[in-house]
Ligand binder design. Structure first.
Ligand SMILES: NC(=O)CC[C@H](N)C(=O)O
Length: 373
């Protein structure tokens, strides 16, 4: 007998379904991701801290879970909503089912609800706090719990998931798919990476273009970083409100102009704040692997992987940076270039994981910037 679970949203909407993963109750911001694959990379992306992820595509769990698809040590999403979680998995790399994986990590989930209705509801009414519970409480009590839960705005979640100690990372992308072996990259650049909640694939991609990466805690001072005499500084992705990450804007402001800087997602937002720009909370954000982005310098369109709920205010960066990329769905800022400071950033995820690799060239662009080309 499957256990019953309820999803309740702060605005009073409730869904009844079956429990998957751990038993219990979880509270988070209910968001949706439109990727057809990559649920394990999504769950383990630290940018999902505090969020309950709804997968818009109906079939999940078909390829199970495996150690190679971890983007960090454990899932960071606080809950999962799917239409159908496959009881069987079929993949040569799989070691367990999605359900077993969620159970092992204590993640509460719900399946068997009309996820199309939920996604359309979030699109219309916006991302909002929600509760998944398997405890048999009345839906009304759960709505009340969701209604009184603290939202994402003003929350510094990045500092909480950042590494406590600096560490060196020099491992290229593992050859998981048995492709022809490539020669090991020559590590020509020393890069300091600010860990606001980074995804492992970003580090692999930096190594692939010749970086020896020293990962440092989010609160590391500009002086400590400059003392390392790095060729470049990388600002990672991360959870929560960019404007709430303690001191990050000031630190990045004092690094700008001294060393080339490359930022992704939260790192992009922090770069904008360091320039004196503003960020704002979007209605429901961009999460998926098919977001069209236009590179305004070349006119080319890239299909990109995304996961963000905040964005950079276009007008706030006028005269401070050049908007290099825009989202073709809603015209929001997707990339910035600060030519005088040899700094650039993107709101989307060139490392994909999951998603298309159209934007992988940005890692080489960073290497070229550091090489002075
Ligand atoms: N993936 C990210 O870095 C997300 C950045 C930020 N937490 C947002 O939601 O906009």
């Amino acid at each position: 007998m499957m256990k019953r679970a309820v999803l309740a949203l702060a605005d009073g909407t409730t869904f009844e379904g079956r429990a998957i993963g751990a038993s219990g109750e979880t509270v988070g911001e209910v968001v949706f991701n439109t990727s057809m694959t990559g649920y394990q990379e999504i769950l383990t992306d630290p940018s999902y801290v505090g969020q309950i992820v709804t997968m818009a595509y109906p079939e999940m769990g078909n390829v199970g879970a495996n150690p190679g698809d971890q983007e960090s040590q454990k899932p960071h999403a606080v809950g999962m909503v799917v239409r159908n979680s496959s009881e069987q998995h079929s993949n040569w790399r799989a070691q367990e089912t999605l359900d077993a994986y969620l159970k092992r990590h204590g993640i509460v989930g719900i399946e068997g609800i009309d996820t199309r209705r939920l996604v359309r509801h979030v699109r219309t009414h916006g991302a909002q706090m929600g509760v998944i519970s398997t405890e048999g409480h009345s839906p009304n009590a759960l709505v009340e719990r969701a209604r009184t839960a603290r939202g994402m705005e003003g929350l510094d979640l990045a500092t909480g998931v950042s590494t406590h100690e600096p560490y060196l990372f020099t491992t290229p992308t593992p050859n998981l798919l048995g492709e022809p072996e490539r020669p090991a990259p020559e590590l020509r650049f020393d890069v300091v990476a600010y860990d606001y909640g980074l995804k492992r694939s970003m580090l692999h991609f930096l190594v692939d273009v010749g970086c020896r990466v020293k990962v440092v805690p989010a609160g590391t001072t500009a002086e400590a970083v400059l003392a390392e005499k790095p060729h470049g500084i990388f600002l990672a992705n991360g959870p929560g409100d960019p404007a709430a990450v303690k001191g990050a804007d000031k630190v990045v402001a004092s690094l700008l102009g001294k060393v080339p800087v490359f930022g992704i997602c939260l790192g992009h937002q922090i770069l904008a704040l360091a320039l004196g720009g503003r960020t704002y909370k979007m209605k429901f954000g961009h999460r998926g692997a098919n977001q069209p982005v236009k590179d305004l310098t070349t006119g080319k369109v890239e299909i990109t992987s995304q996961n963000h709920g905040f964005a950079v205010d276009d007008a706030s960066v006028k005269g401070k940076a050049v908007v290099s990329h825009i989202n073709l769905n809603d015209g929001t800022v997707e990339g910035l270039v600060v030519p005088d400071a040899r700094a650039f950033s993107v709101q989307y995820h060139p490392e994909a994981s999951p998603g298309p690799h159209d934007a992988r060239y940005l890692f080489s662009r960073f290497a070229k910037l550091m090489a002075g080309e």
